[in-house]
Design a protein around this ligand. Structure first.
Ligand code: ZN
Length: 466
């Protein structure tokens, strides 16, 4: 067996790991590389392998850095099945189309400049039509249901507890009379997150490919996150202000909505209107409603025992899809809570809401996700007193609060605790999906815990395993 690492090597985007076994080629993930526009365009457009030679794709979860280049893989000639869980498939139906829309806009932006310089125009990496076409190749499988994916290779999805439908991939391989068990974490979640079950324990394996997004850090506990969410809403809304929460449409939005639902039922937040203003979040919440098989026990009890049939809907909450209703929120006098995407304030409707709220000290902005460098979200976290939004300079007088407790990724302690029970059997460990510092910190932690052989692969590295 051979493993080639083509993405998410010493970085957190563009996951693609290619396995060659028994004459078949199986791709784990086909993620989009996300960085500067021009570099991303080149990297994503030119796949590092021939798509027509890939026999099957196995996908751990729907996040775009894992799934986002699938339409391009299909457009480039991949004709095999795409295995994932039911919820991952349904999330991809919404998210790949949204991703195509962003890619089409990015190319339109690059082409405007190229046209001025007389350069040939670029084609989008893929279009919305490509995204829809790729859905025909998906094959959905439930958790804990072994399924043959190639000659001598059986795949089982175990719950990863990271986002709805997320899976740890467990491959049982027979090659020339030898048995190799390969375990790939995808992205590993955390214990006690709302909505989702905890990550499944690691089964014994020979080879482990492990993510390391937070391989060098520890998170604060999620409990304090909910108390701070409540306090900020109470303080801001009592003074008649608005709270704007930039949130990713997948996962974070539903977590916040579910938390607000419970706070509302308990009478712990004032009776103010709450809006989710993001067409993608509306679609994705619909997918959450369709997949109760992914819910943890607490959420199942909330629905069945406490008789709240829709955890993601209550009388003070309104989902907004159309543009006119979204614009109407700009003129709305407080108090109110507005949840809107994108999570890093780089594009989408949240820009309009920030433009209309940041100037007033009555209002508050609540940052609930990690913010990448050079994003508007990061500038707000850093305390800039003026920011540029949609071509306008806006003074920041609103209170900006950051809650870090909402991460959907395991931290260093979680990753080590998850891997520890199987370390003695592992012959090879590959640390991926982390920047160089967290990746090497986790590798060091694993070695310290007794791991025999640990590598942090670079892009294009190939390993033979027998
Ligand atoms: Zn993820």
């Amino acid at each position: 067996m051979k493993i080639q690492f083509w993405g998410a090597t010493q970085t957190v985007t563009g996951s693609q790991h290619l396995i060659s076994v028994n004459g078949s080629r199986i791709l784990l993930e086909c993620g989009l590389f996300q960085g500067r526009r021009r570099e991303s365009y080149e990297r994503n457009r030119n796949l590092p392998f021939d798509a027509t030679t890939v026999d099957a794709l196995i996908l751990s979860h729907a996040h775009i850095d894992h799934s986002g280049n699938i339409p391009n893989l299909v457009r480039s000639g991949f004709r095999g099945p795409i295995y994932c869980t039911f919820a991952t498939r349904d999330l991809c139906a919404a998210m790949l189309r949204d991703s195509a829309h962003i890619l089409e806009e990015n190319v339109a932006y690059l082409n405007k400049k190229r046209a001025r310089r007389g350069e040939p125009l670029l084609e989008p990496i893929y279009t919305r039509a490509d995204a829809i076409a790729s859905l025909k190749q998906f094959v959905s499988v439930g958790y804990n249901r072994p399924i043959p994916v190639a000659p001598g290779v059986t795949c089982t999805f175990l719950d990863a507890g990271h986002i709805l439908g997320s899976a740890i991939i467990f491959l049982e391989i027979e090659e020339q009379g030898k048995r190799i068990r390969l375990l790939f974490t995808g992205d590993l979640g955390r214990r006690d997150l709302p909505i989702l079950r905890d990550p499944a324990p690691a089964p014994e394996a020979d080879v482990l490919i492990i993510e390391s997004t937070y391989g060098d850090r520890l998170h604060p506990s999620p409990d304090s996150a909910e108390a701070r969410l409540r306090d900020l809403i109470v303080q801001t809304c009592t003074d008649g202000g608005k709270v704007v929460i930039p949130a990713f449409a997948v996962g974070r939005t539903q977590e916040i909505v579910y938390a607000l639902h419970r706070l509302h039922l308990a009478g712990q937040i004032p009776d103010v209107p709450i809006f989710v203003d993001s067409p993608l979040a509306v679609d994705v919440t619909e997918v959450f409603r369709l997949h109760p098989e992914c819910y943890d026990e607490e959420l199942q009890d909330f629905i069945v025992r406490d008789r709240h049939p829709d955890p993601f809907g209550f009388d003070r909450l309104r989902y907004i899809r159309n543009v006119e209703d979204s614009k109407a929120l700009n003129d709305l006098e407080g108090p109110a809570v507005i949840i809107s995407a994108s999570g890093m304030c780089e594009h989408g409707r949240v820009l309009h809401h920030l433009k209309h709220t940041l100037w007033s000290p009555r209002n508050a902005v609540l940052i609930v996700s990690w913010q990448a460098p050079n994003t508007l979200g990061r500038r707000l976290v850093e305390g800039h007193k003026k920011v540029r939004i949609l071509g306008e300079e806006v003074p920041v007088r609103a209170r900006v609060e950051v809650i870090n407790g909402y991460s959907a990724h395991a931290d260093q302690a979680d990753l080590l605790a998850w891997a520890r029970p199987i370390l003695h059997r592992l012959r090879r460990i590959f640390v991926v999906h982390g920047d160089p510092k967290p990746a090497s910190a986790l590798a060091g932690g694993l070695e310290g815990a007794g791991a025999k052989w640990v590598a942090v692969p670079s892009e294009g590295d190939t390993f033979e395993i027998d």
